[in-house]
Design a protein around this ligand. Sequence first.
Ligand code: OGA
Ligand code: CA
Ligand code: FE2
Length: 500
Amino acid sequence: MTDNQETPDAEDATPSRSTTLPPPPPLRPPCERLSCHKTSVCSRSYFVVVMVFFHVYIINVIALLFYVHYNSGQDDANRSRDAPTGNHQQRPESGRPPSKPEFLRDVSLTRIEGIRVGHVQKVSLVPGKVHEMRTLSLKPLLFEIPEFLSEDECRVVMQLAQLKGLMESQLMVQDGQEELAKELNLSPDEIFNLLDINQDGELQLHEILTHSRVRDGIWLTPENLREIYAGLKADKDGNGLLSLEEFRLLSNDAFQRFLMQQGVKRSQLVRNSRHTWLYQGKGAHQVLQDIKERVTRLTRLPPSLVDLSEPLQVVRYDEGGHYHAHHDSGPVYPETACTHTRLAANTSTPFETSCRYITVLFYLNSVEGGGETAFPVADNRTYDEVSLIQNDVDLLDTRRNCNKSNLRVKPSKGTAVFWYNYLSDGRGWVGEQDEYALHGGCVVTHGTKWVANKWINIDPDYQRQARYQQLVSQQPEDEEDEEGLTLNPDIQSSDIHEDL
Ligand code: OGA
Ligand code: CA
Ligand code: FE2
């Protein structure tokens, strides 16, 4: 070790090097040096040095030329891809349309910059008024805009929802699951294997809890689960884990039957609220159309994308209501379809999600107690799904653990918050799901809570979104100068119908 450490020092020290070099040759007069003979070492090394410099110079010049050429080529490519959307009727180079509709990617989605938490930017959303938009977190990219809706607008939206009638957001028990398991004819060992997420041969509390929430929409707490274990005498060795042997002794639907016997209360569901949908298109109440227009200005997205999104969802939580932490939209894999573009996609896929790129959440009233919107992992350094439920602390539980969430937004009448549920793909389109966008509605401890959701649906698969828009878009005589996704005009609608 000591040797290794000393070597570089010794090399750097000039005095020690001079001692190892041979003594310098005696100086000769210049003329003698110039007339060096071809054979002499001196002239050969001089020649070699000059040649090396010459070559290095030439190589540098060539490299520079290559660099300039390559860079200007890439600029051209970027320019054509990110062309401003003003000229929507660009034609592709080749005259012949491709056999499958391939739309030019000529739209880039604006993504508002958060700068830093607490940053305030002024936005112009309605004539004669400037709104302030504050960055609440960067992961997810989340903003708050006070006074987004006027008091009157809030009142009209709540009244319209009441007029239409609200329905339970979640039904008590979802049937048909047992049949599914029977149809698949899975053995207890196979079911055990499916549930054992970390594949350690035992079922931890969180493995059972997550399963029950996703499967039945029933929100069991760790205590509930211990009670069930005790009632069914399931955990024989009492270590809080289910081994394969313990699991085998339980009948397939023992859990289900036990829960039903006990009776499930609404407060034990994933979501305890009522909601309805309000259409915002032509002919809708002016307030609803105005809100849609304002959302378009706020998000700076093409109006056609906002127009073709889900209607406004109005939600009412009564005292004791809640919505445990969730994602408004799921991850997108190559085999995942988006609900809104599903009809336009000519393949059937096993998975489906709502592809809600943005959530705009409006508070329609100020809540007397509780009812905050919680973001348990906002701006966390890391995201670790497993550690969200650890023994007795379940960060997803908005009835108990909202106080442990990284961020909570207090409902205030007229305020809007909005966030991106997906990251950017780096090329101006929708990328992967943002796991940090996890959020929920904390339990309402006093009074009633009214909110509305405006989701903006965009398919991360550009081609599917473009095809869907082409299919549902009005004929040119109806919509003249509508901004929006530009589609390859060489593709005739007959081509698309053929593909369906
Ligand atoms: C929702 C939701 C949060 C809240 O409706 O999807 O997350 O604060 N609501 O009500
Ligand atoms: Ca396990
Ligand atoms: Fe939500």
